[in-house]
Design a protein around this ligand. Structure first.
Ligand code: GP9
Ligand code: MN
Length: 686
């Protein structure tokens, strides 16, 4: 008893005790807020441990500053710091509720309108429990004023205070190390700001983001109009006229883009133990009204899905490191597919995805791209059995998307991002309807199983499109975003392909992913042209008959007779119908053999291709890191203003559900077509 009493006395009557009270209160409330107010999705013991730990180091570091002061001042400085930290926490709660993202200096600086909008609705969105973020500060002030906490006027030793700060820095370092171990590339790949907060904490995130912003704005400040001039000069010199036979064949049609997660070309036609892995996609691939590309390559870098999206929406490459959508998506000017289609073809534009809206900074980047609607996970009903890995299972996702698709004013440009076929390729028993492969490589063997599931989900969606007749006026475009089996699995990959070995060149060819355009009446066929994700936008715009001459795009119409067929990889490797380069070694594309000693003429040719690839990549980088499109003002393009878009669910759905005479729902006698979507998803069985 006396022990407890003397401990309490120490807490309330010494300066260090006071510091501990403030620190522990700050720590615990932050943790409680993490759990209740944010959607950080910590899984596993390491992530949960770091989530619990991470408010502490920053707390010690910042509150510790107050210890350096003397007398009463020291107490009030600690309280002032605590108040600032708590207000920051409070503001983040509100901001997160509205935007599913965390506050940062760049957001405060670049989107005045965000603050405006938030300002207007602050009262409306504040919940009583949000004040928990400030409660402890008020209690501590009250305790101090009522003398339940007494001032201790003795100064602490300077050395001791330095030690406290050093300890905090050490803890931050340790925290970073553990986080990096659990999630490599946490700071370099920046997939999701939620991850940084989950692993490192909110204040660390603000510092990190401040750094990034300073870096990017320095690069941007250096860029000027003449940089744009040299890009334009290059693009003009390398312009390839699109194929006139295909110009406008899909004019005015809806465009339904289906993002096939981690889907490789080799799956098309692939059989496991006599059973086709992707029967629906196989059928589509070979259909007479499908344009399929057999030598279409993914060209992503570290930004994976987001790089694929960047290329497809803008015909600009991802960056050498990190994700362009994460680093530049919030503030850069773009001339993206949705904005072009909306302005030139009156399209309604939307993205649906059963995963977190913050992933790859989609919440912000899609606004800069000009997407009118973005429906991430928060627009969907979620239950533990509906969800796996990074989002809703594809069948559940499609099923729940019907009510939104049928309401879109037509013509629409809709992108649906699937996610079940994602590393580590796991799916629950009930949804397994093909055996795993038997390479004994754990991350490889599930791949056919999740790919099969994705294929079934596509089959269900296609049935619905047919039943509702939507297929008659829709151009369906499907693409695989990047490899599913990385280059670290040579042995298992050789086994899957039934080959004796799997070389670096094989791995380059493994980067092929499907690209298909399917539409009733389209003159289809399987094209052998070599191309990549950078080429999709010019190809699509030509099919839709939308003039894109003069836009800053690095790709070419894949159907053009003059397509250059040089496919760059983000690391400078390339492949053409004749030659390939993989980490410094040249290959003959047809035979796969190494070109060890090219003669002088061939050498020059190979170097020329290599140079072309690097020139293209670096010019594209310049467009993004210099934000060059802000200088670009073609007459026909109206600059996109992010503040024109609001992805707030209630507002967006109110707009979407107000009767629109061009929607499928309206044509269906103002009735839903939900029943036409037949699914065998076991989660939905009654
Ligand atoms: C999650 C997703 C996955 O929203 O799109 O991205 P990836 O890990 O494939 O880059
Ligand atoms: Mn992906």
């Amino acid at each position: 008893m006396t022990r407890i009493k003397s401990f309490l006395q120490w807490l309330t009557e010494t300066k260090l005790g006071f510091f501990i009270i403030v620190l522990v209160a700050f720590w615990l409330k932050t943790y409680a807020i993490y759990l209740t107010k944010f959607n950080l999705g910590a899984v596993g013991s390491m992530q949960n441990f770091l989530l619990l730990l991470n408010p502490l180091p920053a707390g010690v570091l910042l509150l510790g500053i107050g210890l350096f002061f003397k007398g009463r001042k020291s107490y009030w400085i600690i309280i002032a710091i605590d108040l600032v930290l708590s207000l920051w926490l409070f503001a983040n709660i509100l901001y997160y509720r509205e935007f599913s993202n965390f506050l940062s200096l760049s957001i405060i600086k670049t989107s005045g309108s965000t603050a405006d909008n938030l300002g207007k609705s602050i009262v409306g969105i504040t919940h009583a429990t949000d004040f928990l973020a400030l409660l402890d500060v008020a209690v501590i002030v009250a305790l101090l004023c009522s003398k339940l906490i007494k001032y201790d006027l003795r100064p602490l030793k300077f050395k001791f205070n330095v030690l406290v700060e050093a300890l905090a820095v050490l803890m931050i370092g340790l925290n970073l190390l553990m986080a990096q171990k659990d999630r490599s590339g946490l700071l370099t790949r920046t997939f999701d700001n939620n991850y940084i907060v989950k692993y490192l904490g909110m204040n660390e995130y603000a510092v990190y983001d401040g750094f990034k912003t300073a870096q990017t704005s320095a690069q941007m400040a250096k860029a000027n109009v003449s940089d744009l001039g040299s890009v334009q000069k290059y693009l003009k010199a390398n312009y390839v006229k699109p194929n006139p036979q295909y110009t406008g064949v899909a004019k005015g049609k809806n465009v339904l883009v289906i993002h096939l997660e981690s889907f490789q070309q080799f799956l098309i036609g692939y059989k496991w133990k006599g059973k086709a892995v992707t029967p629906n996609l196989n059928k589509l691939y070979h259909a007479k009204d499908t344009l399929s590309f057999a030598n279409f390559y993914n060209q992503v870098g570290q930004g994976k899905t987001s790089d694929a999206e960047m290329m497809l929406e803008n015909s600009l490459y991802g960056l050498q490191s990190g994700s362009a959508m994460s680093s530049y998506g919030t503030s850069n000017t773009f001339e993206s597919a949705p904005a072009i289609l909306n302005q030139q073809g009156g399209y309604t534009t939307a993205v649906m995805h059963g995963g977190a809206g913050s992933f790859w900074n989609r919440n912000n980047a899609y606004k800069q791209f000009g997407y009118q609607y973005f429906m991430p996970l928060s627009y969907y009903q979620n239950k533990p059995k509906y969800y796996i890995g990074y989002g809703l299972k594809d069948k559940i996702f499609f099923n729940q998307s019907i009510k939104y698709i049928e309401r879109l004013p037509q013509p629409f440009y809709l992108k649906m991002i699937t996610v079940t076929n994602h590393y580590p390729y796991e799916i629950d028993k009930k949804n397994q309807s093909i055996n795993k492969t038997d390479t004994e490589d754990e991350t490889v063997d599930g791949y056919v199983q999740t790919a099969h599931y994705l294929d079934q989900a596509i089959g269900e969606l296609m049935q619905w499109l047919k039943k509702t007749g939507l297929d008659k006026n829709t151009l369906i475009m499907m693409y695989g975003d990047h490899y599913g089996i990385s280059g670290n699995h040579h042995k298992a990959s050789a086994q899957l392909l039934n080959q004796d070995e799997f070389t670096d060149f094989d791995n380059l060819k493994f980067q092929r992913v499907p690209l298909m355009f399917h539409m009733k009446g389209l003159k289809g066929g399987i094209k052998k042209t070599y191309g990549g994700e950078i080429d999709v936008l010019p190809t699509l715009l030509n099919l839709l008959g939308i003039n894109d001459k003069g836009t800053i795009q690095f790709g070419h119409d894949l159907l053009s007779k003059g397509a250059p067929q040089i496919v760059a990889q983000r690391n400078g490797d390339f492949i053409t119908p004749q030659y390939a380069k993989v980490s410094g070694t040249y290959y003959d594309t047809k035979t796969g053999t190494e070109i060890a000693k090219p003669d002088k003429k061939l050498k020059m040719q190979l170097v020329a291709i290599s140079n072309k690839v690097t020139t293209q990549l670096s010019l594209s980088d310049r467009v993004i890191d210099g934000n060059l499109l802000r200088f670009y003002k073609p007459k026909w393009f109206k600059k996109v203003k992010a503040s024109d878009y609001d992805y707030n669910k209630d507002k967006a759905l109110k707009k979407l559900f107000s009767a629109n005479k061009t929607s499928l729902w309206y044509h269906n006698h103002q009735k839903t077509t939900q029943k036409e979507f037949k699914t065998d998803a076991p989660e939905l069985e009654k």
